[in-house]
Design a protein around this ligand. Structure first.
Ligand SMILES: [Zn+2]
Length: 91
């Protein structure tokens, strides 16, 4: 059995677009992972079995349906991470 949370793909796909509107936000791997995690915690997971293929056609469909909520959550996550970046903790 193979399950995938499409929401994860959607958030990662959209994150770069949204980040371009926040030139001051740090874009290191640590901050990007934090942004994705924060956004995903506030978005409903969308699980789909991945064994049937044609994932990417459905990914586009779901992107259209969920784009507004996804962009909103990514923007909120970016604001939180830019105020309190945690990358210094791990250096
Ligand atoms: Zn950073």
């Amino acid at each position: 059995m193979e399950l995938r949370n499409y929401m994860e793909d959607l958030v990662l796909k959209k994150m770069d677009d949204v980040l371009t509107k926040y030139p001051d936000c740090c874009k290191c791997d640590h901050c990007r992972t934090d942004i994705a995690a924060l956004a995903l915690n506030n978005l409903p997971p969308k699980y789909i079995s991945s064994h049937k293929g044609s994932i990417y056609a459905r990914l586009d469909e779901m992107m259209v349906e969920n784009a507004t909520a996804i962009i909103e959550e990514i923007a909120k996550a970016i604001e939180i991470v830019s105020r309190h970046p945690r990358h210094d903790d791990v250096k």
